[in-house]
Write a protein that binds this ligand. Sequence first.
Ligand code: FAD
Length: 321
Amino acid sequence: MSVLRPVILAASGSSRLQRAVTGFPVSAAVVRRFVAGETRAELEPVVRELLADGRMVSVDFLGENTTDHRIAEETVAEYLDLIDLLADVWRAVSAAPADARWVRPAEVSVKLSALGQALGPDGPGIAVENLRTICRRAAERGVWVTVDAEDHTTTTATLGTVHLLRSEFPWLAVAIQAYLYRSAEDCAAAAASGARIRLCKGAYREPAAVAHHRTADVDAAYRDCLATLMRGSGYPMVATHDPAMIERTALLARECDRARGDLEYQMLFGVRPDEQRRLVAQGRAVRVYVPYGRQWYGYLTRRLAERPANLMFFGRALLSR
Ligand code: FAD
């Protein structure tokens, strides 16, 4: 694991640095690379192009750790408009894949901390109600919802919220981070329940008491969780850019007799686009996680920590304004 990773992840939590950096509008180069834009109007052509190209989307309105009721309410309102936009764009794009009975090409990704989970003792209840509002609109418009995984202090509340709402919205999905020790058990429970699960390695700075740190250990944990989900009764969403994990998924798909429509690959907007297109050309289902909005700082610093080679690119883009 890179020596820069803990330093960059520490910076991702620094509100002073965040205020200084986000004083700049997102430079065009950074927008083009990792973030689809700051507004829905900028997002729309990106989504349209991805869908027309045969890739599915999961769109994230950037924002996290809201400590203000008003911002949580504004976030819900933005998601409702976003769902309407995605449904309309999807309907207008006929070239996108429409293979499986129940797979939805348009999805939103949501962080419960952006919906009010951290608003004091009432926060978890507020987040449940806000997520329910979003799921109702998504159900009306034929759009899916996945809840992102945040730092480990929120895992129990997040899984509990999704479990609660899955009785109303069985397609509601959640991300599980393979680096957490608890995730082997969480994946086993999810696999038995038939849930839709996004499996990722995990992007936060976590203490050794709760999460693997060594790359080899994280990869081994990912392989184990992947096998559990692929052999289970749910719908695995394999969120990784790692060639070894992508290859392992293909092997497991053959072993478990999972066809297109029984699993999907997921990658981030701007990361390995050629690989995304290669998988689509092979007939595999691929979904791209597309972030947009003004609150891009935390998201981008996590991407930098994963791949410090991106640091030069990011720095140049900011300085070139
Ligand atoms: P890594 O372990 O970072 O890299 C492994 C190998 O993959 C590298 O050696 C290289 O060969 C290849 N690779 C990786 N990146 C690149 C690149 N940019 N260019 C070329 N090759 C590359 N994390 C969360 O904590 N919560 C979430 O809800 C969450 N949602 C996610 C949703 C999606 C769709 C994706 C793709 C990731 C999500 N993540 C989330 C982030 C995830 O946890 C990892 O931090 C991130 O994906 C990096 O891990 P990796 O498996 O892609 O590969």
